[in-house]
Design a protein around this ligand. Structure first.
Ligand SMILES: Nc1ncnc2c1ncn2[C@@H]1O[C@H](COP(=O)(O)OP(=O)(O)OP(=O)(O)O)[C@@H](O)[C@H]1O
Length: 242
């Protein structure tokens, strides 16, 4: 693993309750600059709820979310994006009737003047390998390609921190491989948090993995150590039997 910088994302005693359900239970989490961290765990473990607190989609019941020394507990998603954070949620965020290029342009132009945005669109199309489909309307694309357009929209804003919720969901094996490659490339310039179910995909990208179970962090370690851990195996296998 490469040398790590300062802590850029931190949660302290973070809890989210939905009525009687404790979805996130007093989580202390920290992420250093230039890390690529995967959040995994069985269904209902609390990953998405935790992720939504980082992106401003949900407000914590208790505790704090700190991004680069700024408490963002009460911040909305657009305010968090304004800090230079690129967010891809599970809900699609593309403009269906517009082309790939137009979608990426809108994202780039949101944060940059038109000259810089034009350059960023070209860079992004090349970086995310969207050249062949640049003029196609997004609503005519396969599911996998649409996910890449969304990744392009995130990258076009030049974020220093990228938060991705299930970027490989519903993709073919080949698409998953390319997505892993893209994510590793994005990590050359940005810090990442990736929530994902697909273990094969996680193996392709993961350095350090945080495993959630029942709203809390069960273990945090390299993918090799995590997959060999008997408790983690039990949690996953036990879950699959249900
Ligand atoms: N809006 C909500 N209202 C009530 N309960 C919720 C809500 N969102 C999540 N939960 C509950 O909180 C717990 C954690 O859910 P969460 O979606 O965060 O888990 P997850 O690890 O992301 O699961 P998955 O992998 O299935 O997406 C679950 O028990 C879930 O049913």
């Amino acid at each position: 693993m490469r040398d790590r910088g300062e802590i850029v994302v931190e949660t302290r005693g973070l809890s989210v309750h939905f009525g009687g359900v404790v979805a996130v239970d007093q989580v202390d989490f920290s992420l250093r600059e230039r890390e690529l961290r995967c959040l995994i765990g069985p269904n209902g473990a609390g990953k998405s709820t935790f992720f939504k607190c980082l992106t401003g989609q949900l407000k914590p019941t208790r505790g704090d979310v700190v991004i680069r020394d700024l408490n963002v507990n009460r911040a909305h998603s657009h305010e968090i994006a304004g800090l230079g954070v690129g967010i891809k949620t599970q809900v699609p965020n593309v403009f269906e009737g517009l082309t790939v290029r137009e979608n990426i342009w809108l994202s780039a132009r949101r944060w940059h003047d038109s000259r810089r945005a034009r350059a960023l669109v070209e860079e992004t199309i090349e970086r995310i390998r969207l050249g062949d489909i640049r003029n196609e309307p997004v609503n005519e694309l396969s599911h996998g390609k649409r996910q890449w357009v969304e990744l392009g929209m995130v990258v076009a804003a030049e974020p220093w921190l990228v938060l991705l919720d299930e970027p490989a969901a519903g993709m073919t094996h080949e698409e998953v491989e390319l997505t892993a490659e893209l994510i590793r490339e994005i990590n050359e310039t940005a810090t990442l948090i990736v929530v994902e179910h697909d273990m094969q995909f996680i193996r392709m990208i993961a350095e350090k993995v945080t495993v959630f179970h029942r709203g809390a962090i069960l273990i945090e370690d390299t993918m090799d150590r995590v997959s060999a851990d008997p408790t983690v195996r039990e949690v996953y296998l036990g879950h699959r039997k249900q």
